[in-house]
Design a protein. Structure first.
Length: 278
């Protein structure tokens, strides 16, 4: 397994609510023999974007860090696997059940009833809500203001339906194929705001050098889980490992380092809540 040097993202800390209670996360990790990789000695992980700020740094061939990459490394160590192999698969394909032959997918994925028809999911490893990424100086104090904005959102994400059905902007949103494309649309003034999961927005805003910020968040559980092929014999082992990483603080440490998030709190601070109901 490659040794990497990790650069700390800084102190942009936000307290967020994590759906998994410690009492539910105390399960022992399954023995390494209970995990059967597609390739001997290698954990193969599918993701949709490399690089993705805070989640996957470097390239797919030579990753250098990031929250999900480091989580993959922790899983590999737990299962006594020597290597982590990263394969890039379009997000729409991943959530349609195609992991490109990988053992599992780590790609800011929210489990839904529709996706559970074609994939297996672990419990959530990272809390998330829909967050409003804007150019610094843009205020979004309420739903009416949000509706007047020109938005960008991923076309294959759960956030698209939330934007169209709940926020209901006046103008049709720009539908993007990647999170990087959503961010670029905000940076280039093509849109006023991008709807992203809070961890992605947090890492992106921190890395922007003050050019971007998070104007608010919406009250929706959009927590992030690992995806596995439907019927995989490895789902229980990966789920148990993730629960252990939550309980022992591994997840919290990685989230703070790479995303600027604290995941051990019970409230959301610093990012105002935009209410969708009067």
């Amino acid at each position: 397994m490659r040794t990497v040097t990790r650069a700390t993202t800084g102190a942009f800390a936000i307290l967020v609510l994590f759906a998994c209670s410690l009492s539910a996360c105390g399960s022992k990790v399954a023995a390494s023999g209970d995990f059967h990789p597609e390739q001997p000695g290698t954990l193969t992980v599918a993701t949709s974007e490399v690089p993705l700020t805070g989640f996957w740094e470097g390239t797919a061939a030579y990753p250098t860090g990031g929250f999900e990459y480091e989580l993959a490394r922790e899983l590999a160590k737990r299962f006594d696997l020597e290597h982590v192999k990263v394969v890039v698969v379009p997000f729409g394909d991943i959530v349609s059940g195609d992991l490109g032959g990988a053992d599992l997918g780590l790609s800011d994925i929210t489990a839904t009833s529709e996706r559970e028809k074609v994939l297996d999911f672990t419990g959530p490893y990272l809390p998330a809500t829909p967050a409003v990424l804007v150019r610094s100086g843009t205020d979004v104090p309420d739903l009416k203001t949000a509706q007047q904005l020109r938005w960008a959102v991923g076309k294959s994400t759960t956030l698209r339906s939330y934007l169209e059905d709940t926020i209901q902007p006046n103008d049709q949103p720009l539908l993007t194929s990647s999170r990087r494309e959503t961010v670029a649309a905000v940076e280039s003034h093509r849109v006023d705001a991008g709807l992203l999961d809070l961890p992605v927005a947090s890492a992106t805003a921190h890395a922007s050098g003050g050019k971007l910020s998070i104007a608010g968040q919406f009250d929706l559980n959009d927590d992030i889980s690992a995806a596995l092929p439907q019927g995989s014999d490895n789902t229980d082992a990966v789920d148990s490992a993730i629960r252990a990483f939550i309980a022992d603080g591994t997840i919290g440490s990685l989230a703070h380092e790479w995303l600027g998030l604290n995941t051990d709190g019970t409230s959301v601070e610093d990012v105002p809540l935009i209410r969708t109901e009067s």
